[in-house]
Design a protein around this ligand. Sequence first.
Ligand code: ADP
Ligand code: 5GP
Length: 212
Amino acid sequence: MGREKGILIVVSGFSGSGKGTIMNRLLEEHPDTYALSISATTRPPRPGEAHGREYFFVSTDEFESMIARQELIEYAKYVNNYYGTPKEYVSQQLELGKDVILEIEIQGALKVKEAFPDTLLLFVTPPSAEELRSRLLGRGTEEAPIVASRLSRAWQEAQGVEAYDYLIVNDQLEECVQKVHAIIQNEHARMARNGSVIEAIRAGLKAFAKGE
Ligand code: ADP
Ligand code: 5GP
């Protein structure tokens, strides 16, 4: 039986919780199931990041033009930089039946949920605050003051996590990836997402009932 349109999924979590690592594994393991949206940002690339792969790295002027042209589903400021989700790729991939993942922070997540209420919201956390700090420091991609502002932002974000549908504790990476995949795939079975399947079966049963 053909699958319905894909599910829109938002994955948020404290910076350093392992969202990027989990998403990379999920896409490696299930390349035909998932599509990862690529955001635009005004933050500079980290070593190893490429334009059009991790992000579209743009100037503040370019970002503000994208806002003015209404090319973004949502955008937010995070630690002094703009981040936003381009519309076109997301709607194209959903139409193709892919489950589309937005890896975005909490303000953006809430805007997406408001615009598309059947969005699935997942929140990733490491097992403890100490582990978060050590992952951020261990990643070695930010200077100490930026790590400190990301930790303080994490404390603010922790106040809003109840808005999410599922909490994903990223302790053992591989277990965590399996859990995220299972949650998303179970979501396809939700009654409210299967209206056209039910309608087709009802129509068939009605025909039997009438003796056709
Ligand atoms: P985020 O995308 O949430 O900012 P990253 O995916 O960059 O986080 O992960 C932050 C750091 O933690 C990276 O160095 C990554 O290798 C490490 N990491 C991710 N998941 C785990 C895990 N389950 N156990 C230990 N370290 C992890
Ligand atoms: P980083 O600089 O570590 O790549 O990302 C910083 C934060 O911005 C992360 O919480 C990440 O999920 C979030 N983010 C990335 N892209 C977007 C986006 O398009 N919109 C919003 N609202 N947040 C984003």
